[in-house]
Design a protein around this ligand. Structure first.
Ligand code: SIN
Length: 327
């Protein structure tokens, strides 16, 4: 009996030692923007919350500025298990689903409240799971904000863009949008934009105030048109294999941490619309043009025909639901 108890105690000690030494779950979170952005801050908040709530059980490593993976590679890397969380712009999922292109349609949302309403509504929530069969699960949407046009010359009306080269994200809708105004779109990774602008290999680009400020695009673009013509928001995404392989309790805590981190990032996004625009204006490096209603109407007229070209791919039901969110 004494021998048996001794053996049981020894086994218990060994097991405790084994449990104590169990490796924490490593979560690599890769993104392409700077840390002083909504996404950069959201990723750090997620790390803080997840590690505090699951001490010793998870370690979150955040890689900003395309340090680990750039735009083109991150989703492939996720499916190979080399990264667990990313939050690519909604314009970068073309290879996996055409439906998310709804977010790229020019002049679709009148403001960020409409975006929020659509994302939280039934159609928006359905889209979170639109890539599950391809092995990707959407954990939530994160805001950045509405896009502005920047260029080497003033863009007051669509004819001003005629003949210019614009960098775009990897979305066919965005390509069609620039073609509609006689410009040439070039699909290039975010990490290359500054150099392309600086060397004048391209003439312009479209982005949010936060990205234009944090990546210093305003230092190499003489003009920014406050066009609010489109959206850069993110899908926080993970691999189905990783997510479904977690213990239920761990998954719950990680999801709650992500929801809070997203709320934190969204608050920062809302603040940055004004603060980063002001920083750019104060720098005096780039002239900001606010469009009159009449000039804005010309851009809408030129770009809106793009909707019809993509309605089959995207689904008219999604477009209708997005439009309805403006009411
Ligand atoms: C991002 O905000 O993640 C990048 C957007 C872009 O590629 O322009």
């Amino acid at each position: 009996m004494r021998l048996f108890i001794g053996a049981a105690v020894a086994a218990g000690v060994m097991l405790a030692g084994f449990v104590a030494q169990a490796e924490p779950i490593k979560i690599k979170f890769s993104h392409v923007v700077a840390e002083n952005t909504p996404k950069g801050q959201m990723a750090l908040k997620f790390k803080e919350l997840a590690e505090a709530r699951l001490p010793g059980k998870v370690v979150v490593e955040v890689f900003p500025n395309s340090q680990l993976f750039g735009d083109g590679k991150v989703l492939e890397a996720m499916l190979l298990g080399d990264v667990q969380i990313a939050a690519p712009s909604l314009s970068k999922f073309n290879k996996y689903t055409k439906k998310l292109q709804v977010f790229d349609l020019p002049f679709l949302f009148k403001d960020m409240d409409a975006v929020e309403k659509f994302q939280n509504g039934p159609k928006g929530q359905e889209l979170l799971n639109s890539m599950e069969k391809k092995g990707l699960i959407g954990l939530g949407y994160l805001h950045n904000g509405l896009k502005q046009l920047s260029a080497s010359r003033e863009l007051r009306s669509p004819v001003d863009a005629d003949g210019l080269k614009f960098r775009i994200q990897t979305s066919d809708v965005l390509a069609a949008q620039f073609e509609a105004v006689g410009a040439t779109p070039l699909k290039k990774p975010f990490s290359e934009v500054f150099l392309l602008l600086q060397t004048k290999a391209i003439d312009g680009q479209e982005n949010t105030w936060s990205n234009i400020y944090s990546k210093k695009f305003f230092e190499v673009q003489d003009h920014i048109t406050a066009s609010n013509h489109g959206l850069i928001d993110y899908l926080v995404v993970t691999s189905a294999e990783f997510w479904q392989g977690l213990e239920d309790d761990t998954r719950k805590v990680l999801k709650a941490s992500m929801d809070e981190a997203i709320a934190h990032g969204n608050k920062i996004a809302a603040e940055k619309v004004n603060s980063d625009r002001k920083r750019i204006a104060d720098s005096g490096r780039s002239k900001i043009l606010d469009l009159s209603a009449a000039d804005r109407a010309k851009w809408v007229e030129a770009m809106k025909p793009v909707w019809a070209k993509f309605s089959d791919e995207i689904g008219q039901d999604l477009i209708d639901a997005a439009v309805a969110s403006n009411n």
